[in-house]
Ligand binder design. Structure first.
Ligand code: PRP
Ligand code: URA
Length: 212
């Protein structure tokens, strides 16, 4: 797909390797969950490059030195339930102090429209960098609704992280909210008539949690 400003695609062989195993229908739920976390961690390393830092003084065994640490509460992650939960540990393994908000959305299987059923966000979220987590960006409807909700709550710095994105979904989010950076590990070919990503990996929530 065309290069869009604010869209980062992680074209890296290690990520491609892990995504290939993730797609495989014979991959177990346990391995699927582990891979979703690992891919997220690899993305975080790059996506968190500009988080807010503060100067701190650290006493080493030899001397007092000025160092840098990430500012408390500077990052909030918001998984879109359910499948976004599969990315939370991947962020926490590198950045354990990130607070977590939850937005529950399900996609109507007929209309593909998202419906909100839950929202709990930490106080002060409006002043932090908010990373919206959802492994699948298909039509983009869920991500757009979640961004709209976060904006209503006053969030100013919102970024999206997805493992697989369809060109249609990336374009839809970018057109509606061009200021929102999108990080996606892999861009797939297209959506099928049922709104599933091709080649994709199937239903991410079902594969993470063993439903269906
Ligand atoms: C899936 C996926 C995304 C959404 C993407 O969730 O996890 O949230 O679909 O589709 P979209 O870009 O077309 O909105 P689903 O609604 O199936 O819920 P689940 O995570 O509970 O399975
Ligand atoms: N949601 C998924 O889990 N998979 C898709 O391919 C599309 C939406």
């Amino acid at each position: 797909m065309e290069q869009l400003e604010n869209v980062t695609i992680f074209d890296h062989p290690i990520i491609r390797h892990k995504v290939a195993i993730l797609r495989d229908q014979n991959t177990s739920m346990k391995v699927f969950r582990e891979l979703a976390e690992e891919i997220t961690t690899l993305m975080v390393y790059e996506a968190f490059r500009d988080v807010k830092i503060k100067k701190v003084m650290v006493q080493t065994p030899l001397e007092l030195t000025e160092q840098e640490m990430v500012v408390d509460h500077s990052v909030t992650i918001v998984p879109i339930l359910r499948a976004g939960l599969g990315m939370v540990n991947g962020v926490h393994s590198l950045f354990p102090t990130a607070r977590v908000g939850h937005i529950g959305l399900y996609r109507d299987e007929e209309t593909l429209e998202p419906h909100e059923y839950y929202c709990k966000l930490p106080d002060g979220i409006e002043d932090s960098v908010v990373f919206l987590l959802d492994p699948m960006l298909a039509t983009g409807g869920s991500a757009i609704d979640a961004i709209t909700l976060l904006k209503k709550r006053g969030c100013k710095d919102i970024r999206c992280m997805h493992i697989i994105g369809a060109p249609e979904g990336i374009k839809a989010v970018h057109e509606k909210y061009p200021e929102v950076p999108i990080y996606v590990s892999t861009v797939d070919r297209e959506l099928n008539a049922n709104g599933y990503i091709l080649p994709g990996l199937g239903d991410a929530g079902d594969r993470l949690f063993g439903t269906k």
